[in-house]
Design a protein around this ligand. Structure first.
Ligand code: AMP
Ligand code: MG
Length: 395
């Protein structure tokens, strides 16, 4: 058995960058950016007005009753070729270039217009001018590799990108294993268990950016497993199996994987939940496929996906393996007797306080619905104390 830290290190070493593709802007949200987006010009490209109003020389409006002659008007998108002369104002719209000679825009709400003349009844505190290059200088990196959010797409569009280079979505296959499993929607016969893992995994995988294929339930026989695994490995980049990796009499998954040339990287980790977790790799020419055998208890499946399968995607897409943790204060002490494993515990984060939720172990799936984060108790620690600052991973 290896430590969680060692297992993560082995995963990191195995991960290879995925291929990239070019997509349109509207397809780019939620995708992993594979290039850096730079400012293709100064932003803004010229000094522009932040208000509808009048471009003035601030010294000309020092006295509130000063009346200025309006010598012109400049709209957004127009050029301002005429400089502003002493004692004059030029009417200006939001986004329009500020005329040479002006150092302030007084908003229209403060103005009194009388024919060709304007005066102001309040003073502006700010210049209301956004200077050329104030937001970004030409060549500055605006977006480094990241998972794109809608506002990131906006930034790319604002500097003229019509499309973006992103990592292709790795295809993730799901196989549930277990003779006892029935699909949700079927009758609940005695002794059967609804297959919750496949749907939970499907949603977890799509939420982080995999493309998902579901291959159904394999029976606990070598033949059934072999058939489903072989079909999945024909197409997927990443295969996630749930169940069948423990030490039970019918846990055939690792043995069957060996027969289809999947090389074991690790099997069994000192982590709770998730001890039986299996990870292997199949390489064929320049194709690498990754296989996870996750223990079937639904909390284990969930947590191991968060720790390993999400991490693999981030690495395949050129990112650091983990998002930075949240740090908050523990509201209640947690104590444990078994300190031999790294343990992940579901907690509720409200404000700055983390409170453990009622949790009975890896089959207690509905405990996760009362939690919004996981905290990690390190190997050897009897548990963190009330008031301690601890790292939490949002779920
Ligand atoms: P296993 O890892 O196959 O030994 O399964 C451990 C426990 O998880 C057993 O109680 C299984 O019935 C349950 N289990 C296995 N697969 C699933 C699944 N797909 N959905 C819900 N529970 C499962
Ligand atoms: Mg099973």
């Amino acid at each position: 058995m290896i430590s969680l830290a060692r297992a993560l290190e082995l995963l990191d070493k195995s991960a290879i960058r995925h291929r990239t593709e070019v997509v349109s802007l509207v397809e780019a949200s939620g995708r992993y950016l594979a290039e850096s987006v730079r400012a293709t010009f100064d932003i803004p490209p010229f000094s522009k007005s932040a208000m509808d109003g009048y471009a003035v020389r601030s010294e000309d409006v020092r006295e509130l009753d000063a009346s200025l002659k309006v010598s012109g008007i400049v709209a957004a998108g127009a050029r301002s070729d005429v400089p502003l002369r002493v004692g004059e104002a030029i009417q200006i719209m939001t986004g329009a270039p500020v005329p040479e000679g002006a150092d302030q825009v007084v908003r229209v709400e403060y103005s009194h217009r009388d024919g060709d003349y304007v005066s102001f009844d309040s003073k502006e505190r700010s210049t209301n001018i956004i200077a050329q290059g104030e937001n970004a200088a030409i060549g500055e990196v605006l977006l480094d590799p990241r998972r794109l959010r809608p506002h990131d797409v906006g930034v790319a569009a604002s500097v003229g990108h019509g499309s973006l280079s992103v990592y292709s979505k790795p295809v993730l296959g799901i196989i549930s294993t277990g003779d006892e499993l029935r699909e949700p929607g079927e009758d609940h016969e005695p002794g059967t268990i609804f297959n919750s893992n496949a749907y939970q995994l499907h949603c977890q995988a799509e939420a982080v950016g995999y493309r998902v294929k579901y291959f159904g339930i394999a029976k606990d026989t070598a033949e059934s497993l072999n058939e489903k695994i072989a079909a999945a490995l024909d197409t997927v980049d990443v295969l996630v199996l749930s169940g069948g990796v423990s030490k039970g009499a019918f846990d055939y998954v690792p043995a069957v994987l060996e027969t289809v040339n999947v090389r074991e990287v690790f099997h069994r980790i000192s982590v709770k939940p998730g001890r039986p977790t299996y990870f292997g790799i199949r390489t064929n020419g320049d194709r690498t496929q990754y296989v996870f055998g996750l223990p079937g208890n639904p909390v284990s499946t969930f947590v191991m996906f968060e720790l390993f399968v999400h991490r693999l995607l981030r690495l395949m897409c050129g990112l650091a393996p983990e998002l930075p943790p949240l740090v908050a204060t523990l509201g209640e002490s947690i104590s444990r007797n078994d300190t031999e494993r790294t343990e992940l515990i579901p907690v509720m984060l409200e404000g700055d306080t983390l409170t453990p939720v009622r949790y009975g172990g890896s089959s207690h799936l509905n405990a996760l619905s009362r939690a919004n984060a996981l905290i990690e108790i390190p190997l050897g620690s009897p548990g963190p104390q009330k008031g301690e600052r601890v790292n939490a991973r949002p779920i």
